[in-house]
Each structure stands twice: as structure tokens, then as C-alpha cells.
Design a protein around this ligand. Structure first.
Ligand code: MLT
Length: 310
């Protein structure tokens, strides 16, 4: 079995694969445009952020399995994979705690304006009065949109902060700590904080549009650590400017495909929008858990022919 790993992967799990007589090509610097030339002779491709486009899949000659070392599979051309009978698997739930921690971190950062606060200090400015207007999270209404693995981890932490939890999902929610809601009209007008944990698909595309932002309370905190496509960015910018919404985003339209380099986004010009580098899953704990699951998928496939999470 030849496995190409085209993103960073922990050494300990590369060793484990080698000990199981798997041939590993470890090429963490490969990008979307390099992959079509590197895919020949590969049975299994492992990626985190690298985009697997149709050309890569079409150029493959023995590819059977693509594993996303993460939860979402938006960076893989699933149609092309289906057409070539290549299976696509992922690691759901393995990085949920890390993403939930970032969502909570963004809530606190926005309430306390931590990045502004620190930037002023670094610039030699002392603005204690300006930074003494935070509201605090205790007792606040938190709306969790998408109550899957990540949404549940956010809820656990928010409960410990004394927040009141409202949640919405396509699946039934059975949690005595949560007030379930169906209609956005019922909860967005009272939510102090809204956090999104949805996959990107045809139903969720631009779900957070002008109409939903119009329902939100003035000054509400809006967090998106899921996928950029769920939010209409123009509508968000308008809401930030006109309703004093404060936004914390780990994802945005036009995220660079390069692993490092420059970034340009209209969000850079708007105060009160904090954007992080799509680092929700970027804790050592989460990356080890994801890598372990990836290895288990490969070993199980070799042993039984079954593909987990497929
Ligand atoms: C996910 O889908 O789980 C995240 O995008 C993962 C990541 O950034 O690695």
C-alpha cells in the first residue's frame, strides 16, 4: 500500500504506518497544483488543508481512498471521486473540543476586546476606560446553530460559564440543559451570542444573510468556526457597521490556498471583526487524535477491506 500524506502529520503516526509495512511519501508542502503530478502510484491520499481537485483524481491510476484528516470534506472534489470509484473518508468528532475551545475563546476576545486591548498596549497606548465596557458571558443567551459534536462541546463549556443555551439542529436534540428552537425568529432577537457549527452544503449556503442579521440584537456577538460559505459576508459587514454586531470568524471567503503567504480580505478593513487563520482544529491534542483516527482508517482498510466514516 502506498500512502501519500500531503499535509503536516505527527511523526509517531508516520512511524506506526511504516511499522505496518506501508510505503509512506510524506510531502507536507505539496499544494493543490502539485498533487496532480504526484498522485500516480498512490493507493491512499491523506490531506488536511490541501485541495484535492478533479485533475488530481483524474490523474490517479490506483487511488482507492482519500482521507481528510479533519471533519469537513469540502476541500475534496467528491463528484470526481465518485466518478472514479475513489472512497472519501474523514475523522468526525476528533477535533471537536479544539474547535469548541476556539469558539469560546473568540466570545471572550470579542466581549473583552482582547486583540484591540493588546494592540493598544504594544503601541504604547493606555486606554483602561475604553476597555472597561465588557458585558461578561455569565447569564447571557447563547444560540448554538448546529448541535453536532462541536455544538455539544460548546454547550458544555458555555454552561460552566453560566450561560443559557438555545440550540437548533436538523436532528432531534435531547438535552435537558438546552432550549431547542425551530425558528430563527424565536431566538435571534434575544440571543446575546450566536455561534455556528454547521457543514457547508446546498441548504446552509449563505444561510446567515441580511434577513437573519436583521433579526439579531444590536451589539450581539456572532461566531463562525465552521465554514465560510454559511455566511453572506456582505450582509455580515453591513450588520457589523449598522448594528454594532461583533464577529469572530475562523473561516472566511477566499481563504488562501497556500499554506503560508499573504492574505487579502474585505474583512480586514472592518473594525470589530476578528479573523483567525482557520485554526479551530489546530491544537496538538486534536491533531494527534485526528492522525490516530487516520491511521486506524488505513489499518482497518488493509485488514478488513472496510472503510470507516465513509
Ligand atoms: C475540519 O473540517 O475539521 C477542520 O477544517 C479541520 C482543520 O482545519 O484541520
Amino acid at each position: 500500500m502506498n500512502v501519500l500524506i500531503a499535509d503536516k502529520f505527527p511523526d509517531v503516526f508516520i512511524q506506526q504506518l511504516k511499522e505496518n509495512n506501508i510505503d509512506i511519501s510524506y510531502e507536507p508542502k505539496l499544494g493543490e497544483n502539485d498533487l496532480p503530478n504526484s498522485i500516480k502510484g498512490i493507493d491512499c491520499l491523506v490531506v488536511r488543508s490541501t485541495i484535492v481537485n478533479a485533475k488530481t483524481i483524474e490523474n490517479s491510476d490506483q487511488l482507492k481512498l482519500i482521507i481528510r484528516a479533519g471533519s469537513g470534506v469540502n476541500n475534496i472534489d467528491i463528484n470526481a471521486a465518485n466518478q472514479k470509484n475513489v472512497f472519501v473518508s474523514n475523522c468526525p468528532g476528533k477535533n471537536s473540543i479544539a474547535v469548541a475551545e476556539l469558539a469560546i475563546g473568540l466570545m471572550i476576545s470579542l466581549d473583552r476586546r482582547i486583540p484591540h486591548n493588546v494592540a493598544d498596549f504594544k503601541a504604547g497606548k493606555w486606554n483602561k476606560g475604553e476597555y472597561s465596557k465588557a458585558e461578561g458571558l455569565f447569564g447571557k443567551n447563547l444560540a448554538i446553530i448546529g448541535y453536532g459534536a462541536i455544538g455539544k462541546e460548546v454547550a458544555k463549556r458555555a454552561l460552566a460559564f453560566g450561560m443559557k443555551i438555545y440550540a437548533k439542529d436538523v436532528f432531534p436534540i435531547n438535552d435537558p440543559n438546552v432550549t431547542v428552537f425551530e425558528k430563527f425568529e424565536d431566538v435571534l432577537p434575544i440571543a446575546d451570542i450566536i455561534t455556528i457549527h454547521l457543514p457547508q452544503n446546498a441548504e446552509t449556503k449563505n444561510l446567515f444573510n441580511e434577513k437573519l442579521f436583521a433579526l439579531m440584537k444590536k451589539g450581539a456577538i456572532f461566531i463562525n468556526t465552521s465554514r465560510a460559505g454559511v455566511v453572506d459576508e456582505e450582509a455580515l459587514i453591513k450588520a457589523v457597521k449598522e448594528k454594532n454586531i461583533k464577529a469572530g470568524l475562523d473561516v472566511f471567503a477566499g481563504e488562501p490556498e497556500d499554506k503560508s503567504g499573504n492574505v487579502t480580505s474585505k474583512l480586514q478593513e472592518v473594525d470589530n471583526i476578528y479573523v483567525t487563520h482557520h485554526i479551530g482544529a489546530s491544537t496538538e491534542q486534536a491533531q494527534l487524535a485526528v492522525a490516530e483516527e487516520t491511521v486506524n482508517i488505513i489499518l482497518e482498510y488493509i485488514k478488513t477491506g472496510e472503510i470507516r466514516n465513509c
